[in-house]
Design a protein around this ligand. Structure first.
Ligand code: FAD
Ligand code: NAI
Length: 462
């Protein structure tokens, strides 16, 4: 039996970051992982492989649509799916091996196998029981199921199956116009599939700024994705190579069927707690099946903590990472902190979509007076030159104090641009602070400055 200060269950962005931080703070630490490789959902079947396919398919799209106009002539590339899968696999491998290297460097023990907590202070992996002064559960999440839809990961797939289809399908039906559906739907649409997205609500990407939702859906339609909105999927029927998707339109209850080669079910994810043995510990759960924690990520069981997708909050890798660092600091007797008001969200389609902080809806609901500064990428020289003028930056600031409360961007490099606004928000900056900061020309970031100017006396280039 080995003894540790901390044992973490799960090596995703929450778990591995927590392990490294614990080690940096002088704690003896081990991380339990049941997969063959470290890195969790994110590195193995989530963020990283999806971004590799988004990148490759975006390159193809650029070659097909914009090269000729820039004077780049010649045959546009064709898709070698096997090679694209190999590129994706090597990207995963580089990243997962990177975590293995970091574990060795920081003297984090990887306990290989599935872990459970037979009693507080003990973690069982295989036949071995290890002692731990503190246990951190970072077991992540899995795709939620949909009644009437049986996933076989060949024809009816979750994101995991969608990342490794045998070939690019002729037709794909995506159930759910959320982040996964639109990212992976974009990939296959660019690679040549006819993609139809079936969404229960009347708008895409729930919770996002309505103006961004509308602009985003218009752009995706222009790229070839079809949308069936306000549609409740009833069931799917599948053979080894084909599927039918039965849905009912909510407005008139009419019933319809779509024939397709592949169905991607992307209707959300749920916490993964199987096999941990937490039922025997009487751990308090939320009514959504998450492990309930307090402000210091402590569960109801003494010295057992939980972080990442398995607790409440946005299911995002960087949120899990921040909690991993913070809980390590709490365990080490420091003051770990996560500012949940400033967690950016990014959709890595083309263009990218990014947001942080409040939306107009949340501000209205709270009865707060705010002003809006908006700037279109059409007024940004760099964006125009790069065929990226569609989209905008929108900054929401307090009407009285001018303090930045939130931002919504759809356009080129939105996922990077959002971070200057995050930093500004962390420092309690006003829109004017951002507007007075010199931004290099010509960069996309000038659109952020112009939106900040629009919160005051007005933008220059619009
Ligand atoms: P996970 O990454 O899920 O890791 C949990 C790990 O714990 C797993 O490896 C699992 O095997 C292991 N485990 C579970 N139980 C046990 C046990 N009993 N014993 C041992 N090991 C166990 N987020 C972003 O921020 N950006 C993105 O671009 C993005 N893209 C995504 C794309 C897809 C297709 C998907 C599915 C998700 C994406 N996400 C993205 C979400 C992101 O992957 C998750 O929010 C993140 O991985 C959560 O981290 P985590 O550490 O909580 O859990
Ligand atoms: P999601 O919650 O983003 O979207 C699910 C969508 O499915 C919603 O629009 C919902 O209205 C719709 N829906 C639900 N039931 C339906 C039904 N019966 N019929 C039709 N539509 C239905 O969930 P998604 O896309 O599965 O992603 C899961 C999680 O993974 C998200 O929380 C997200 O944070 C994370 N993720 C993050 C990424 C990123 O940061 N870029 C990329 C991919 C995933």
């Amino acid at each position: 039996m080995s003894s540790y200060d901390v044992i973490i269950i799960g090596s995703g962005p929450g778990g591995y970051v927590c392990a490294i931080r614990c080690a940096q703070l002088g704690l003896k630490v081990a991380c339990v992982e049941g997969r063959e490789t470290l890195g969790g959902t994110c590195l193995n079947v989530g963020c990283i492989p999806s971004k590799a396919l988004l990148h490759a398919s975006h390159m193809l799209h650029e070659a097909e649509h914009n090269f000729a106009e820039m004077g780049l002539k010649g045959k546009s590339p064709s898709v070698d799916w096997k090679q694209m899968q190999a590129y994706k696999a090597s990207t995963i491998e580089t990243n997962t091996k990177g975590i293995e290297f970091l574990f060795k460097k920081n003297k984090v023990d990887w306990l290989k196998g599935w872990g459970s907590i037979p009693e507080p202070g003990k973690v069982k992996v295989g036949d071995e029981v290890h002692e731990a002064k503190h246990i951190v559960i970072a077991s992540g999440s899995e795709a939620a199921s949909l009644p009437g839809v049986e996933v076989d990961e060949q024809v009816v797939v979750t994101s995991t199956g969608a990342l490794e289809l045998g070939k690019v399908p002729k037709k794909m039906v995506v159930i759910g116009a959320g982040v996964i559906g639109l990212e992976l739907g974009s990939v296959y649409s660019r690679l040549g599939s006819e993609v139809t997205v079936v969404e229960f609500l009347d708008h895409i990407t729930p919770g996002m700024d309505p103006e961004v939702q509308k602009t985003f859906q218009r752009m995706l339609k222009k790229q070839g994705l079809e949308f069936i909105m306000g549609a409740a999927v009833q069931k799917t029927e599948s053979t080894k190579t084909k599927a039918k998707v039965h849905y009912k339109l909510r407005k008139d209850e009419s019933e319809h069927v779509l024939d397709t080669d592949v169905v991607l079910v992307a209707t959300g994810r749920k916490p993964y707690v199987e096999g941990l043995g937490i039922d025997k510990l009487d751990m308090v759960m939320t009514d959504r099946g998450q492990i309930q924690v307090n402000d210091h990520w402590a569960t109801s069981v003494k010295d057992v903590y939980a972080i990442g997708d398995v607790i409440e909050g946005p299911m995002l890798a960087h949120k899990a990472e921040d909690e991993g660092m913070a809980v390590a600091e709490v365990i080490a007797g420091q003051h770990g902190h996560v500012n949940y008001g400033v967690i950016p969200g990014v959709i890595y389609t083309h263009p990218e979509v990014a947001n942080v902080g409040e939306t107009e809806a949340t501000l209205k609901e709270a009865g707060r007076a705010y002003k809006v500064g908006k700037f279109s990428f059409m007024g940004n020289a760099r964006a125009k030159a790069n065929f990226a003028g569609d989209g905008f930056v929108k900054i929401l600031a307090d009407k009285e104090t001018d303090r930045i409360l939130g931002a919504h961007i759809i356009g080129p490099a939105a996922g990077d641009l959002i971070h200057e606004i995050c930093v500004a928000m962390e420092f309690g900056a006003s829109a004017q602070d951002l507007a007075m900061t010199c931004h290099a020309h010509p960069t996309y970031s000038e659109a952020v400055r112009e939106a900040a100017l629009a919160c005051g006396d007005g933008p220059i280039h619009m």
